[in-house]
Ligand binder design. Structure first.
Ligand code: MLT
Length: 239
């Protein structure tokens, strides 16, 4: 099993992902929210890469069964039903709903990888379940770190490293690219206290500044759910 980590997807064409198995990570907060929403009974998440498209498909959708959700600059977009805080995606709010989901980095990374053969969303919350599933699948795969504005961020790289570390414990010698090794090395020195670590990152500090510190606590919980979001025909559903 070969594992490669992409710290940025900005310069990659979407066709790069054709036929590949891919794990998308946006710890703060998109993949945490997707996992939470599906764990709390959402029917599906429809990731979109532009606000215009989010508005357009929400106009065509069944209002009572659809929620328009996500963020711009960490805050809920005017006219949306929910922002991008995992705490908003409670069972009584999301159960049975289709969620149109636009975020600055996470939803875009998923849409970019839409031609993948297999596409999963990983956060710290479902990381052990993803690790076990990747072992079962036993295929080469790429980890996309959604990053910040398409570029490197530390929390996604560290989460990739933690995932690789768990996989290494479960299978003999996966073959790691240099970027996969780099994320492993980064994760070794940053995982003693995940909450403190996430708070110290650039995006963590921005979230705290904007009043979302409680979200970071949710995002820092390793293995709080076994839900695996899986991309199929334009939507993310529970595997
Ligand atoms: C994103 O997709 O860029 C993030 O989830 C931003 C956020 O924290 O809301």
């Amino acid at each position: 099993m070969k594992i490669n980590v992409l710290f940025s997807n900005l310069f990659l064409d979407e066709l790069y992902f054709t036929g590949k198995t891919v794990v998308v990570i946006d710890v703060l907060r998109a993949t945490t929210v997707i996992t939470t929403a599906l764990a709390n009974g959402a029917r599906e998440i429809i990731p979109v890469s532009t606000l215009d498209f989010a508005m357009k498909i929400s106009g065509d959708a069944f209002r009572s069964q659809t929620l328009l959700c996500g963020e711009r600059n960490t805050k809920m977009v005017e006219g949306f039903n929910l922002g991008n805080s995992p705490l908003e995606y409670r069972p009584e709010v999301v159960a049975g709903k289709s969620i149109i989901f636009y975020t600055t980095n996470g939803s875009k990374a998923i849409v970019k990888a839409k031609f993948s053969k297999n596409l999963f969303a990983c956060s710290f919350n479902n990381l052990p379940a993803i690790a076990r599933h990747m072992i079962q699948l036993n295929e080469d795969f790429e980890i996309i770190c959604a990053g910040t504005n398409g570029l490197f961020n530390l929390e996604d790289a560290v989460c990739a490293g933690v995932l690789i570390n768990q996989i290494k414990k479960l299978t003999e010698n996966p073959e790691l690219s240099d970027s996969a090794n780099a994320s492993l090395i980064l994760s070794n020195s940053n995982t003693k206290n995940l909450f403190n670590f996430l708070c110290s990152t650039e995006h963590g500090r921005l979230l705290i500044e904007n009043g979302f510190e409680d979200d970071i606590l949710v995002c820092s919980k390793i293995g709080s759910t076994d839900v695996i979001p899986y991309y199929v025909s334009g939507t993310m559903k529970r595997l």
